[in-house]
Design a protein around this ligand. Structure first.
Ligand code: AMP
Length: 184
C-alpha cells in the first residue's frame, strides 16, 4: 500500500458560492489523491469540504474527517464515506486533532470557520509551536483584502514580521502541494 503524508484543508461549509471555488476544490482533491496526500478536514459533506472529499475519493485517495458528535448527528452534515471519521466532544478538540494530524495546512476560500482555523495555525506558527508549512489558495483574489489588512497590521507595528514569513499564497491548485513540499 502507498504511504501517505497528510495535509489539513480548511475551507467553506457553504454551497452558495461561485463555481470557480468548487472547481479549485475538485482539482485539488484530484491532486491529493494522485500524489498520495491524505486529506484531513472538518468531516463535512457540505460546501467545499464535501466537494474536495468526494473528489479525493473519486480519484482513489484517502479522507480523514474530524467532526464533533453534535455536528455528526445533524443529518447530511458529516461526510460518512470518510476512511476515518474521528468524533470529538468539542469544536476545540476537533481543531486540535486537525492541527496535530497534519504535515501541512491549506486554506481554501471560506467563511468565519475557515478564517478562525487559518488564524490559529498562523498564530501557532508565529509563536514557533510548529514549523509546518501553510498555503493559502487565493482563487480569483478571494483573500486579497485580508492579505492587504495583514500588511496594514505589519505597517502599524502589530506584527514585527511581514505575513509572508509565516505562509505562502498561491493562485492555482497545481501549486499547492509543491509549495507545501508534499506529494513529490
Ligand atoms: P466556514 O468557513 O464558516 O464555512 O467554516 C468551515 C470550517 O469550519 C471548516 O474547515 C470546518 O472545519 C468547520 N466547519 C464549520 N461548519 C461545519 C460543518 N457544518 N461541518 C463540518 N465542519 C464545519
Amino acid at each position: 500500500m502507498a504511504s501517505y503524508r497528510s495535509a489539513t484543508v480548511y475551507c467553506s461549509s457553504s454551497d452558495q458560492i461561485d463555481e470557480a471555488f468548487v472547481e479549485a476544490a475538485k482539482r485539488l482533491g484530484q491532486l491529493f489523491a494522485e500524489k498520495h496526500v491524505q486529506l484531513v478536514n472538518g468531516g463535512g459533506s457540505v460546501g467545499l469540504m464535501g466537494v474536495m472529499a468526494r473528489a479525493v475519493h473519486e480519484h482513489g485517495g484517502r479522507v480523514v474527517g474530524v467532526i464533533p458528535h453534535a455536528l455528526k448527528n445533524i443529518e447530511g452534515v458529516a461526510y460518512q464515506a470518510s476512511d476515518e471519521l474521528v468524533l470529538t466532544e468539542t469544536m476545540r478538540e476537533r481543531k486540535r486533532i486537525m492541527y496535530e494530524r497534519s504535515d501541512g495546512y491549506v486554506v481554501l476560500a471560506g467563511g468565519y470557520g475557515t478564517l478562525e482555523e487559518f488564524l490559529e495555525v498562523l498564530t501557532l506558527r508565529k509563536l514557533n509551536y510548529h514549523d509546518r508549512p501553510i498555503v493559502v489558495l487565493n482563487t480569483n483574489g478571494f483573500y486579497d483584502d485580508l492579505l492587504g489588512f495583514f500588511d496594514k497590521m505589519t505597517d502599524a507595528g502589530f506584527s514585527r514580521e511581514p505575513a509572508s514569513k509565516y505562509f505562502e499564497v498561491v493562485t492555482e491548485p497545481e501549486s499547492v502541494l509543491p509549495t507545501l513540499g508534499l506529494g513529490e
